[in-house]
Structures are given as C-alpha cells and as structure tokens.
Design a protein around this ligand. Structure first.
Ligand SMILES: Nc1nc2c(ncn2[C@@H]2O[C@H](COP(=O)(O)OP(=O)(O)OP(=O)(O)O)[C@@H](O)[C@H]2O)c(=O)[nH]1
Ligand SMILES: [Mg+2]
Length: 389
C-alpha cells in the first residue's frame, strides 16, 4: 500500500468514526417536538425551558427582544385606533386625529399571517446554537425577504404614540375592548399598552415577563438545545398556522415525545387563518390526526391544556357550551377543563398514553413545577424507549 492510499484510508476511517459518534450522539439525544395551533403557547413554553434550564435570558439577550415589544405595541395601538372608527369614538384632542392617521401610515399593522404566506413553501430551516431563540439577524434577514422594515419605532413616533395613548377618546375606546369585533386585543397586547411608558422608554430592557408576553409567530422550524441532568435535549419549535403544519411530519420518525398545546381560552374564538374553524375544535381535530399518525404509533404524547388563566377569566362570562353544544354541566373551570381533557383522551388511539398538564405558559412559578414533572416523565419515556426500564 503506498503512502497516498494509506492516507486516504486513514481519512476515510476518521470520517467513519465521526459519523458513528454523530449517530450515537443523535441516538442519545432526547428529541421533543412541540405541536399545536398558532398562538397556543409553544414558543412561550420553550422560553420557560430557557428560563429554568437554559441561560435564563441574561441582559444582553433580553435587549434583543426590544424590537419585538415595539412591534407588539404598534399592532395593539393600530387595533385600538381602527376600533375608534368602528365604534365611532372621537379623539378628545382633534389634533391627535391627524397625528394618529400619520402614525398609522408610517407604522401599519404587521400581518403575520400574510408574512407567513409569503415565505417559500420549502422553508424548513433550523437555527442551531446553544439554547438560543432565533437571532435578531436571522429574523431581520427573513423579514427583509418579505419586504418588512424591521427597525423598531422611530424616536419621533414613540413620542406621538405616547401622546395619542393619553387622549381620553383613545382611553375610552380601550376600555370598551370587549366590544371589539373581528380584531380583538390579545392579552399580551393589553399588557404592552398598559406598560407603554416603560417599554417605550429610551433605555428599556425587556424583563422576563415582557419576553413571555411577546406575540411573535414562529417562522419555519427552530431547534433549541438544552443540557439537563446529563441529558442532551433537542426541542423543536414549529409554526402552528394551518398552512405550515405539513412541515411537522418531517420530524415524526425521530422524536422521543410530542408535546401538544391546546389554547383552552380560545373555546369561543376562530382561527386567524380560517374564520370558519373554532380554535379548540381545530386543536381536537389536529390532535386526533397527529396522534393517529402511523409514524407516531409508538410515541407518547404530553398534552398541555394551556392558557388556563385566560380560560378561568373567560368562563366568568362565557359558557363552554358555545364551543361544545353537548356540554350541559356547570360552567366552573374545574368541570369544564375535566370535560375538555376527557374529550382529548377519547380522541387518542386507545393504546397510547397521554400525560396531561393544565398550564399557563406565561407564569414562571407555575411552569417551574410543571417543567420538573414533564422532565421526569420524559426521562422515564426515554428509558423505556431505550429498553432499559
Ligand atoms: N395569558 C396567557 N398568555 C399566554 C399563555 N401561553 C401563551 N400565551 C401568549 O400567547 C401568545 C402566543 O404564544 P406563542 O408561544 O407565541 O404561540 P405559538 O404556539 O408559538 O404560536 P405560533 O408560533 O404562531 O405557532 C404570546 O403572546 C404568549 O404570551 C398562557 O398560558 N396565558
Ligand atoms: Mg411559536
């Protein structure tokens, strides 16, 4: 064997070795796929993992969410200003009417649905990196693709929006938000409007609570990596919007468990992308389809009945019957959640184990307890899968 052949053989052995190591690492990695409709709380759940088991969002990382908070303020104020026209509420100060119109022209509402629909169909990307959410650079790149300027609010517009917000006509319209039709203000948007002075201040750095309340739909697929108790976790976050769900199947074969999110409080709401589909009914249908998928026959599911805080509030004035006409028990959160939980369990294949958690993904202390239980369950599933249990 000449020198060149020996060197080539050594290189090939080394590549084989690397591939084996990579394969072994992949086999040991616990892979969690987080599924559920748009806005059900998937990414917020992953932020909680990062808070409890990742870097915890140090200040330098939190700063990167500044623009996302501004985007949420822009969308929220646009909604209130639009509703002033619908509800025919005048500005208290006539000059604000003109300022508001100019502000809206410069800062129109960002429609994430249309942005998602403009992304190429084969957009399946993953962002690797130590416990990181999609970087601002990556987002800027993607938004540039869909022609959205991503600069946050200009200083002059910050002053204008703060002034407009003080107008008593705008405040009256905000107080009547329960009457908004079609375009409701989300819980997070209300939070940012009520904290507007703080979040638009010059040296503002988002707090953990701010980060948990941000609404920024997931584009494509994002990988997150965590190392917890000597286990490597890959947590896969996907977009929940209907047109994006065909990408989910790409990950079915290799996952340890599916984490499925249901937005409990949306039992009287319809999908943004399809106004004929009730949100919780859609979740039930999707859960049925996914849990019966042939590639997931032996995969256990963790079901999160999420947004329980908003669910409890809504049940004070809305009956669960609007979503489930057959439901005739009392309207307490306990009875209602029990009913929904049973419905989901009826929709699973009977051999499949489904571990259920009633959650509030924006609440750090509730999620700390839930996450610890979830990780115990996942470790157990992983051991069982490896055949050592
Ligand atoms: N009050 C409350 N808000 C929640 C809860 N879970 C999520 N949210 C809010 O709901 C919004 C949507 O949450 P996301 O985590 O972005 O939803 P998603 O499932 O990742 O949505 P897509 O990426 O579009 O598929 C955010 O503004 C969160 O702050 C909850 O349990 N309670
Ligand atoms: Mg998301």
């Amino acid at each position: 064997m000449n020198k060149g052949t020996r060197a080539a053989l050594a290189r090939s052995k080394s590549i084989d070795h690397q591939l084996d190591a990579e394969r072994e690492k992949k086999q040991r990695e616990i892979q969690l796929l987080v599924l559920g409709g748009a806005g059900s709380g998937k990414s917020t759940f992953i932020k909680q993992l990062r808070i409890n088991y990742g870097d915890g969002f140090p200040e330098l990382e939190r700063e990167k969410f500044n623009h996302q908070v501004h985007d949420n303020v822009v969308n929220a104020i646009n909604t209130v200003l639009d509703q002033m026209k619908t509800l025919q509420i005048p500005f208290d100060n006539e000059a604000n009417k003109k300022k508001a119109a100019e502000f809206q022209e410069r800062n129109p509402k960002i429609s994430f649905i249309s942005l998602l629909n403009q992304l190429p169909d084969d957009e399946i990307e993953s962002t690797k990196g130590a416990n990181c959410l999609m970087s601002t650079t990556e987002l800027t790149k993607r938004f540039a693709y869909v022609n959205l300027k991503y600069n946050g609010l200009q200083t002059a517009d910050i002053e204008i929006v703060l002034n407009i917000w003080e107008d008593s006509g705008v405040q009256r319209c905000y107080k009547r938000r329960a009457e908004y039709k079609g375009n409701i203000l989300s819980n997070g948007e209300q939070y940012f409007l009520e904290n507007m002075k703080r979040v638009l201040a010059p040296q503002y750095i988002p707090t953990l609570q701010d980060i948990l309340y941000i609404r920024r739909p997931t584009f494509g697929v994002i990988d997150h990596y965590f190392y917890i108790d000597d286990h490597a976790y890959r947590v896969i976050d996907v977009a929940g919007q209907k047109s994006q769900r065909k990408k989910w199947i790409h990950f079915f074969e290799m996952v340890t468990s599916i984490l499925f999110f249901v937005p409990l409080s949306e039992f009287d709401e319809y999908l943004e992308e399809d106004k004929t589909l009730n949100s919780v009914q859609d979740s039930l249908q999707t859960f049925h389809e996914v849990s019966h998928n042939q590639y997931l026959e032996r995969t256990d599911f963790l079901l999160f009945l999420n947004k329980y805080d908003l669910f409890v509030e809504k049940l004070k004035w809305k009956r669960l019957q609007v979503c489930f006409p057959d439901y005739d028990d009392n309207n307490t959160p306990e009875a209602c959640v029990k009913y929904i939980r049973e419905l989901f369990h009826q929709h699973r294949p009977c051999h499949k184990h489904v571990y259920t958690h009633v959650s509030c993904a924006t609440d750090v202390s509730i999620m700390r307890d839930i996450l610890s239980k979830v990780l115990d369950i996942i470790t157990e599933i992983n051991l069982r899968k490896a055949g050592t249990f």
